[in-house]
Write a protein that binds this ligand. Structure first.
Ligand code: HEM
Length: 88
């Protein structure tokens, strides 16, 4: 099973976490990342789904800003974490 603490958190660097915290995106905060609330775009888990959409480039600008962008294996791991119901 893909877990936030064991698999997802280590994918984010300190600079990325710090940069996004200023924008209110708390990449290292499980409560924020697993929040089940939707928004006008995603019906549920909007915080995590926007992060994923930025990582894939479905939402622009793609993240991390200026790259290097995540490869397919990393993207799949994040998707597996979401599909696995956002395990801690
Ligand atoms: C894996 C790394 C990163 C992820 C997952 C990520 C994720 C996101 C997300 C979800 C947003 C949308 C926020 C919103 O709509 O309120 C965003 C916006 C933004 N991020 Fe990142 N980010 C990452 C790295 C970075 C880094 C390293 C920087 C700075 C060098 C950065 C700078 C920005 C800026 C300036 C915006 C606003 C862009 C705009 O919409 O005009 N991000 N990011």
């Amino acid at each position: 099973m893909v877990s936030f603490a064991g698999d997802i958190l280590p994918l984010f660097g300190k600079l990325e976490i710090g940069c996004m915290r200023k924008h209110g995106v708390l990449l290292d905060d499980y409560a924020y990342m697993s929040d089940s609330h939707g928004d006008g775009i995603f019906g549920t888990h909007a915080n995590a789904r926007h992060v994923y959409a930025r990582l894939t480039g479905q939402e622009r600008p793609r993240m991390p800003l200026n790259g290097p962008y995540w490869d397919d294996a990393r993207l799949q791991k994040f998707k597996d974490w979401m599909d696995g119901e956002f395990a801690a």
